[in-house]
Design a binder for this molecule. Structure first.
Ligand code: ZN
Length: 382
């Protein structure tokens, strides 16, 4: 109970007991304010000065800082969790339960525990001795819109030279992930009686031609871009949903396709978007259809921190593991936009994230605290 800080296990339990689901569906979406308030109280108790940023009416970021300047280290995590289905859990998802050398609970691995471990590690350091600032950041809505991290990037105030985001990587350092572009393409024609094609203009026929063009485009970008650092070394394009027309005896008046593209560092979101717009416009033009494209959200940029970055090198040194890539997205690109060199490394495995009976292995708690203490020592005290 140094500095009035609860024990690590107690903090983890309190964070899990404080629901903060974020979801693009308003039925499940919740405020994260209560989690922010807990973290603010604990960090103030340690001597951090805190700033609560309103992302919108119900969502908040916390920035807790010790020391001043734009160098130093940021330890960052998201406060929200995905929704859960309590019926599929062995116990109550909002009650931290210790069994099998694990802590079970929603957010135990993704990623409320990391925030508690960052506080514990900070409590072991004399914050008055910092040469460079130490900043703890707790964000909103990582699991839904990334609006919390995006607000921090939009504000453009650099919070540190280096950042660690404690997403579950089983304590392996990660420097790369792909970017995501999700979009819809709709062709609108004219419905009419199926017996006479001249009575309408079939949107499904246009979509069929568009999909053929998309597959050819996918082949081209997969031949052009290839990075063996990724398990799937090429960009991917998944056509995930299609809807068009209503009845077999009516010419299809409108047809919509949903597309998910995962693109490599070095590829341009704007170029992909523009290329697909152009493919749609060309087909719509030759067939007399209207075309509408829509990008969902603002997409997620790829993460690409240099292997030569000092924080990448240091984490490789202390973990004995080379930096690598992951298949999931994180808030790291938003820090990299501010020239804050960012590595993702944290306890727990992504295999347990977003699953019933999510858990954190107890054996990873002390190694995480030790790693964070070393990072603070290296980037804030030396
Ligand atoms: Zn996460």
């Amino acid at each position: 109970m140094a500095n009035g800080l609860p024990t690590t296990r107690d903090m983890i339990a309190q964070l899990i007991a404080t629901p903060s689901v974020s979801c693009v569906s308003p039925d499940h979406d919740m405020s994260n304010r209560a989690v922010i308030d807990l973290l603010a109280e604990w960090s103030e108790g340690l001597g951090f000065s805190t700033e609560v940023q309103a992302v919108n009416e119900v969502k908040y970021n916390l920035i807790a800082r010790a020391g001043s300047g734009s160098d130093g280290l940021v330890l960052s995590g998201h406060t929200d969790t995905v929704p859960c289905d309590p019926a599929l859990w062995f116990g109550d998802p909002f009650e931290a339960r210790e069994a099998d050398d694990r802590i079970y609970g929603l957010g135990s691995c993704d990623m409320k525990s990391f925030l508690a471990l960052a506080l514990t590690a900070s409590s072991k350091v004399d914050l008055d001795r910092l040469n460079n600032p130490l900043t703890l950041v707790a964000t909103a809505d990582e699991e839904s819109t990334m609006s919390g991290a995006r607000l921090i990037a939009d504000n453009g105030r650099k919070l540190g030279a280096y950042c660690v985001i404690g997403e579950p990587t089983s304590l392996s350092p990660i420097r790369q992930h792909k970017g995501v572009l999700t979009m819809s393409v709709e062709f609108v024609g004219q419905s009419g009686h199926a017996s006479d094609p001249s009575l309408g203009n079939n949107a499904l026929d246009g979509m069929h031609q568009f999909m053929t063009a998309l597959y050819q485009y996918r082949d081209r970008i997969q031949q052009r871009f290839n990075d063996p650092a990724f398990k799937i070394p090429t960009p991917t394009m998944n056509l995930g949903h299609i809807h068009g027309g209503d009845n077999s005896n009516r010419i299809c008046g409108a047809c919509t396709l949903l597309i998910d593209i995962r693109y490599l560092p070095g590829m341009s979101f704007e170029q992909l978007h523009a290329d697909i717009d152009q493919l749609g416009a060309d087909i719509a033009g030759t067939r007399g259809l209207k075309v509408k494209t829509h990008v969902f959200g603002e997409g997620l940029p790829p993460m690409d921190t240099a292997e030569a970055s000092e924080i990448a090198q240091y984490l490789t040194h202390i973990t004995g593991k080379k930096t690598s890539s992951v298949a999931f997205g994180t808030e790291a690109p938003y820090y990299n936009m501010m020239q804050t060199e960012t590595i993702v490394i944290g306890p727990g495995s992504i295999d347990q994230a977003h699953q019933p009976d999510e858990f954190l292995p107890l054996a990873q708690i002390d190694p995480t605290i030790n790693m964070l203490e070393s990072l603070i020592e290296r980037f804030c005290l030396t």
